[in-house]
Design a protein around this ligand. Structure first.
Ligand code: 4AD
Ligand code: MG
Length: 474
């Protein structure tokens, strides 16, 4: 028997034919999935809505009392798993065009103690669902988010592949703090109860697995730079790790980042790339996730669709950090955090800039050098660097990037000023000695982007098993 997903079934319905050109109605098929809910009518008939996660739509299965195991079918509860053989027929009900008249329903797995089953049919809070992250994917909210997350991830690859970027796999274990922010998780095979010490009493990493101190990467950028300086356009896309103790709706300890790096590109080209990539992604989601967007509009944030369409239609605003500070300093505002030239913008400032001042995503460029990483290219004013952050309404920073310092002497000086060890990064400095070119790149936080697109505002609700400070369950 032809096994179809519900998504395939809906596609075939659009053409009223199966893939062999046979009439859609009257065909027998197999569907497998989980009971979303069930209604028993007095007439000796049960209506099961079946989900298989392939799409948001559930399929109505009609089970008649004549089925040999009808007594057991009456006992089905939410999320019991079943395999159905049935005939596609026009539906008499008003909620769907067609339904499956079951010839056979095999019960594959029961739900034990349905009264205490955590994801019962009622609506649950996201906070509760987080405590059952292994089961919360069985809700429309989580499954819709995950389908959109998939669309976004795939669109990222599609965009780069169409534009001649090579996907490179940068290491997860590293010996350097690429951002210099000291938010590293250490990786070690040493016995923490019996650490080897050198003559000064310090831990002797010569005995550690790699013969030196190592960490989980905070960014693949430095490695990506090496590859862009031979392959012209590259990107890395994978998990990154930060021991950032910020318990906010925007921070994870393990998050996904996509980092393109382009040779012979300056900051303007970098900002253009960010805008084009984001618009490509928004368009994909608008095209491929119609039902999910309807769902978010109805239950999460009624602006979700409008936001995406207006984003695609409008140019991103570009302003300098200095201009942003001037605007933030104008009277009539009430920020918790101080505003002055040189301050690291806090999330309330970022949000005011893109939400109130501009009203759409905003690229802020040319930040003070003292609040940015060592690798950013010094501007001629001596005070700022060619950095850029893309700020999104509701979320704040979703992209951070820069033109890189390609001039050997300036880079060495800056590293010395900031106390960044030259030795460990001698390979990185080599890149400035052997055919150096201006180059630029950025990091787009996938999770923040998913949060922004879906309107689901806590970043812990848009990744399957969130890792954050004091929280690494499942
Ligand atoms: O601004 P960040 O720190 O930039 C870098 O890591 C650069 N090396 C990227 C590059 O130029 N190749 O991080 C980039 C993005 C942020 O804009 C944010 O979207 C996301 O990564 N991000 C986080 N997302 C979730 N949880 C966290 N703790 C995050 N920290 C950064
Ligand atoms: Mg940043």
């Amino acid at each position: 028997m032809l096994k179809l997903s519900i998504k395939q079934l809906l596609q075939q319905k659009q053409h009223n034919q199966d893939e062999h050109g046979k009439n859609f109605f009257g065909t027998d098929i197999t569907l497998q999935g989980w009971v979303r809910n069930k209604r028993d009518s007095k007439a000796g008939l049960s209506f099961i809505s079946l989900t298989d996660g392939s799409c948001l739509t559930t399929m109505q299965i009609v089970a008649k009392a004549q089925l040999p195991n009808y007594e057991n079918i009456l006992k089905l509860t939410k999320d019991c798993s079943i395999s159905v053989i049935g005939t596609i027929e026009k539906s008499l009900g008003s909620n769907q065009d067609f339904e499956i008249i079951a010839k056979e329903i095999q019960i594959i797995g029961w739900v034990e103690n349905p009264e205490t089953y955590p994801v019962s049919p009622k609506r649950h809070t996201v906070e509760f669902l987080r405590e059952v992250s292994h089961l919360r994917i069985r809700t429309n909210l989580l499954s819709s988010v995950m389908r959109v997350r998939n669309t976004i991830s795939y669109a990222i690859h599609e965009y780069f592949q169409q534009n001649e970027f090579y996907w490179i796999h940068t290491p997860i274990i590293t010996a350097t703090d690429a951002e210099g922010a000291g938010e590293l998780f250490q990786v070690t095979s040493l016995n923490l109860n019996d650490l080897p010490r050198d003559g000064l009493g310090k831990i002797d990493y010569k005995n550690d697995f790699f013969g030196k101190q190592t960490f989980l990467t905070v960014s693949g950028q430095l490695n990506a730079e090496a590859y862009c300086l031979a392959m012209s356009k590259v990107y890395t896309f994978g998990p990154t790790f930060r021991a950032e103790n910020s318990n906010t709706t925007r921070h994870l300890a393990e998050f996904w980042m996509v980092e393109p790096e382009v040779a012979f590109a300056d900051l303007n080209q970098n900002a253009k790339l960010a805008e084009e990539l984001l618009k490509f992604i928004f368009n994909k989601v608008l095209n491929d996730n119609l039902h999910e967007i309807d769902f978010f509009v109805e239950y999460i944030d009624k602006e979700v669709r409008n936001r995406l369409t207006s984003l695609v239609a409008n140019k991103f605003e570009v302003i300098t950090y200095t201009e942003a500070i001037e605007q933030l300093l104008k009277p009539g505002k009430n920020f918790e955090n101080p505003v002055y030239w040189g301050v690291d913008l806090s999330s309330e400032h970022e949000r005011w800039i893109c939400e109130t001042l501009v009203g759409r995503p905003t690229v802020v460029i040319n930040y003070p050098k003292d609040i940015k990483a060592f690798y950013m290219r010094a501007n001629d004013d001596g005070k700022t660097v060619a950095a850029m952050d893309v700020l999104a309404p509701g979320v704040g920073e979703i992209i951070g990037g820069a033109q890189r310092e390609e001039r050997y002497d300036l880079l060495v000086n800056r590293m010395k000023e900031l106390g960044v060890g030259l030795e460990a990064l001698s390979w990185y400095l080599d890149l400035r000695k052997f055919g150096s070119v201006p180059h630029s790149g950025f990091g787009l936080g996938l999770d923040r982007l998913v949060s922004y697109i879906t309107g689901v505002n806590n970043i812990r609700d848009i990744i399957p098993f969130p890792r954050a400070s004091k929280s690494a369950n499942f």
